[in-house]
Design a binder for this molecule. Sequence first.
Ligand code: ADP
Ligand code: ADP
Length: 222
Amino acid sequence: MLKLTDIEKVYQTKTIETVALNRVNLTVSKGEFVSIMGPSGCGKSTLLSIMGLLDEPTSGHIEIDGRPVTSYSDRELAHLRNQKIGFVFQSYHLIHDLSVIDNVELPLLYRSGVSGKERRQRAHAALDKVGLSARTNHFPNQLSGGQRQRVAIARALAGNPEIILADEPTGNLDSVMGEEIMDILLGLNRREGTTIVMVTHDEQQALKTERVVRFFDGSQVS
Ligand code: ADP
Ligand code: ADP
């Protein structure tokens, strides 16, 4: 579903040039759970932003569902970004003055053709999947870190994405909460067939996924 060929990303500032990705080739098939590992600064986040169409590579090719990204119109790309891809970040990125349910509904607000009632239903269903039905009217600061991350996952799920891109989703959590989050992601992948690409520093977690891709200094090493 996602194919990256010879991806290079160079960040150019006034004084230095950083090669964040050096000729990376990676194919992610539908239904796979891939983890990406490597030391800090090796280009993992950059790779995830490129996969999520949030950032463009300096050179290389990206294919989505067998079609080059360059052949999609701006409207189609916006559609892909908003509807096909769900993001989960290490620091949750929740809105603090919105309740849990409102946070989860947020991405659906920008969708045409989704009524207020349907938004609410989908948000409830997503919160149910992450086991947070009893917390819909709480605010983020009334939740533990693991619960906040579950809200963030529910927010990604509310949009019914085909692929979830998770950047160190357990990075701020202790090992027990981290494991809870891993179990949720593994369940989504197995039960619902959601494709997941996850950046992690945790070897144990990575080994639970189908495939581990290792990076060093912008290059794929295995
Ligand atoms: P990782 O996620 O593996 O820690 P990143 O993808 O964040 O690595 O960064 C890869 C390299 O690119 C690092 O050397 C980082 O300093 C550099 N980098 C990342 N983003 C930028 C940017 N916006 N401008 C300049 N350099 C950047
Ligand atoms: P953990 O031990 O997992 O870090 P906490 O001790 O932070 O969790 O919270 C335990 C429970 O109490 C959680 O279910 C959370 O929803 C609830 N809780 C925590 N802080 C507040 C708060 N300020 N107001 C209401 N409920 C809270």
